[in-house]
Design a protein. Structure first.
Length: 92
């Protein structure tokens, strides 16, 4: 199993839009081979930070997802909204 930690920072006025995009990504992952589970957490001590913990069967399954065209399009919208690239940390 592989766990991917995805950290994002967002301004309060963009939070609703970010949540919508994260839901869109989550729905796409449900059809992605190797996807096991996902969890979205809001940081309690700092406004505007959230963490997604995504679990995959293998690093190859994660890499296939990273290259998925639909994911790339939604991720581009997220990065544009945030004004920065999303950070990923992959652990096995």
């Amino acid at each position: 199993m592989v766990k991917v930690f995805i950290k994002r920072k967002v301004a309060d006025e963009s939070l609703v839009q970010l949540v919508g995009l994260l839901k869109k990504l989550r729905s796409l992952t449900l059809n992605q081979p190797g996807y096991v589970s996902g969890e979205t957490l809001k940081r309690m001590d700092k406004d505007g930070e959230c963490m997604v913990i995504s679990t995959w069967r293998s690093i190859q399954d994660w890499n296939d997802w990273v290259r998925n065209g639909e994911r790339v399009a939604v991720q581009g919208e997220i990065d544009k909204l945030l004004g920065m690239e999303t950070e990923y940390e992959v652990y096995g």
